[in-house]
Design a protein around this ligand. Structure first.
Ligand SMILES: Cc1cc2nc3c(=O)[nH]c(=O)nc-3n(C[C@H](O)[C@H](O)[C@H](O)COP(=O)(O)OP(=O)(O)OC[C@H]3O[C@@H](n4cnc5c(N)ncnc54)[C@H](O)[C@@H]3O)c2cc1C
Length: 394
């Protein structure tokens, strides 16, 4: 295989959006994908409702990327959440903003959007080759692939690597690109699970009765940080948006304690008043359900460390700060995303690798992380767009 084209390796959202931009500008683009079909993680993301992006104001949006915010700023300015929504609308996927500000396609799934996208890419002449596994580089710098059991060398004008992170490896991205990258002197930060659940030693009763139930509208405190939202009780522990929002600090501290506030919307005094007004004959559980509107899973959580205190003030302290010990993060194979990857030092402002000429990187394989809420896909799309535009400017 040898002719002038831009090679994009990895057919996830970062690679495919780059293919769209480059082909629209007249470039010959070949996308190489190791799996039998494209964008498996994108499709999986659509299973629970495809959260494409978030509608919040840009400066607040940017803070979600924490340490990577300054490097991502120009990239996200170049392809904003409004641009992503307009792009989805252009493919016939009307979007709506959910109550939390998250943006979803009306169909909630990724498949209709992906179908329309692939049709557009085919019309623009993008060639997508599946079952082609990138292995590394030949000594002369050509790309080395395995295609149906045969080794092949490919020379390109430019290459965009969009190989993904290391979570959910059965969907295609397994971080195995790390070895060839490091062998060429590219700095790669250790992969770690992000947006992942934690193990908690629940009592047998709590686990068997409440696994699969959500604690809604809660606050989780860890040291000085608080996250609001929802958490899901699982057989092994706890997961969900309110946990994921604290992902990097929980990971660094585990095992560690968190505090759950079951009624963050009420001040302690207000909770005490509600508890004191309860009917005299009511049991504690029914008082908690009736006066504070707590669902059975929340009431049971108050009993996890023994019977809760009866004194309204002490009970309020517990309702607003139930201590839970998080033992360890679940494995990277079940994490929604991964932290780590090609470091910001290893790329220039065009996302071009400093040590490998004409090679660019986009998507989750770069070393940034963000909570769920649409921030992951937004940064994958934006980095894909950014690298593609840089390739066009060459
Ligand atoms: C269960 C789940 C739900 C999610 N939900 C959401 C959500 O609602 N909103 C959100 O913003 N994000 C969500 N995400 C995260 C989001 O899907 C990913 O961040 C995003 O898909 C990453 O895009 P990418 O293009 O960088 O990499 P990927 O989508 O991982 O694509 C990389 C591609 O590269 C291919 N590849 C890897 N190595 C090679 C190789 N050596 N040779 C050839 N091909 C290779 C892989 O097979 C893969 O197709 C979810 C993730 C999961 C697992």
């Amino acid at each position: 295989m040898s002719d002038a084209h831009v090679a994009i390796i990895g057919a996830g959202p970062a690679g495919l959006i780059a293919a769209e931009i480059l082909s629209a500008a007249g470039k010959r683009v070949v996308v190489y994908e190791r799996m039998p079909s494209v964008a498996r993680k994108f499709l999986m993301a659509g299973r629970g409702g495809l959260n494409l992006t978030h509608s919040e104001e840009f400066e607040r949006f940017l803070t979600r990327y924490r340490d990577s915010a300054s490097r991502l700023r120009p990239i996200l300015e170049g392809f904003t959440h409004g641009d992503l929504v307009a792009w989805a609308n252009g493919l016939g996927a009307e979007t709506f903003v959910g109550s939390s500000g998250r943006v979803f396609p009306a169909a909630m799934k990724a498949s209709p959007l992906l179908r329309a996208w692939l049709t557009r890419l085919a019309k623009q002449g993008v060639e997508i080759r599946t079952r082609v596994n990138w292995l590394g580089w030949e000594e002369d710098g050509a790309l080395r692939f395995n295609e149906n059991g045969k080794q092949a060398s490919v020379r390109t004008d430019a290459t965009l690597f969009a190989l993904g992170g290391a979570s959910w490896p059965r969907l295609g991205a397994d971080g195995s690109w790390r070895d060839p990258f490091e062998a060429r002197g590219v700095e790669v930060a250790l992969f770690q699970p992000a947006n992942v659940g934690y193990t908690v030693a629940w009592s047998d009763h709590f686990r068997s009765r409440f696994a699969g139930q959500a604690l809604k509208n809660i606050a989780i405190r860890h040291l000085a940080r608080t996250s609001l939202g929802e958490a899901m009780i699982t057989a092994y522990g706890i997961e969900g948006g309110a946990i994921y929002a604290l992902t990097s600090e929980l990971r660094a501290a585990a095992p560690t304690g968190i505090r759950i506030d079951l009624r963050p919307d009420l001040r302690p005094q207000h909770v005490i008043e509600k508890l004191t007004k309860a009917k005299p004959g009511d049991t504690l559980s029914s008082t908690l359900r009736k006066s504070l509107n707590l669902p059975p899973v929340a009431v049971a959580l108050l009993y996890e460390n023994g019977p809760p205190p009866r004194d309204p003030e002490q009970l309020t302290n517990l309702i607003k700060a139930i201590p839970i010990t998080l033992n360890a993060p679940h494995g990277i194979d079940r994490a929604i995303s991964s932290a780590g990857g090609v470091t910001w030092n290893a790329v220039d402002e065009n996302l071009q690798l400093r040590v490998i000429p004409d090679a660019y990187v986009a998507g989750e394989m770069l070393d940034w992380e963000a909570p769920t809420g649409g921030y992951l896909l937004q940064a994958c799309f934006a980095t894909g767009v950014h690298a593609a535009r840089a390739i066009l400017r060459r």
